[in-house]
Design a protein around this ligand. Sequence first.
Ligand code: SF4
Length: 369
Amino acid sequence: MAFETRETKNLSPVAADIAPALLRWYEDNARDLPWRDGPKSRKRIGRPAAKPDPYRVWLSEIMLQQTTVATVTPRYAQFLERWPTIEAMAAAPMDEILGQWAGLGYYARARNLHKCAASVTRDHGGNFPDTEEALRKLPGIGDYTAAAIAAIAFDRPAIVVDGNIERVVSRLFSIETPLPAAKSKIKDHARDFWPKKRAGDFAQSLMDLGAVVCRPKTPLCHACPVSKHCAAFSAGRAEEFPKRAQKKPRPKRVGAVFALKNSMGDILFERRPEKGLLGGMQGLPGTAWTETLNGDVTVDAPVRARWRHKGEVTHIFTHFHLTLDVYVARAPKGFRRATDQLWIAPKHARLPSVMKKAVELATDKEGKQ
Ligand code: SF4
């Protein structure tokens, strides 16, 4: 397979061998993923590669941030079925996108998904721009995503470094600097062997190698196409890389939520403020999330009622650990919901994970009564 590296004449023999070895490996070992027209599906159907659809590449890359392939795969299919084109997504109400996103976490991604779809439709005639620089100007597209779309959708020679690629490169060159400080060093090493052509396939070959061979634990070095060039492997230290700076323990926050039930068994939900955590998502009314909770928290409840403490749920966010006390009550006679509140049957509510846990506890008949 023809390829050409950026500085072919100046490359060390090691760097010059990495790209062809990985591209050869990718031909036979690429993962079958629904957002990709990979070598296996091309071979099965016996045709050359179809041009990747930038909309699908973008959607999959946004969904895969902080989320596993196994979780994203069915949700990606649902998104595509509902919004097969970027124009369809741009025309959808934000609430529908947020509802469809429920449970995937990092909800700013969903809000930016909608903003980005609107911007591409309005400002670019429905076509994603094809350079990293122009892609970075779109809502929700940072350095990594711009590089990934430029390489995978447009075959631009962009250097793409995700978590899998960080691991592979830090092992190949036994980079002792801990992450995140090592990021620029990793990118510099990657730049040395990144091919000018088939940059998208090459990025995906590294991602796949990281996912199935150069795994975080027990890497399969005997099956690795670049093991002869791997410094960590030859030193018997593969699992030591990447080095990571010690994380500070997560701070703790506490709060309370209130599950008010009506005679139909519906629960009162309200939309969380647009800005901030879980912004724009449905949730139970509740207190602010702070370091301590003092006094009678039910003063923050949506109505005076006979609130009973049902228990607590915990959830780990990136920057803190949350414990929520869950209170339940029947709506008193004459209670009227505010205009931004809705009665929803618990099974129909599209909720972020922490609120789902709270509602499950609130509706659990086995729990404290
Ligand atoms: Fe990773 Fe092992 Fe390959 Fe090195 S030899 S890149 S540690 S799988």
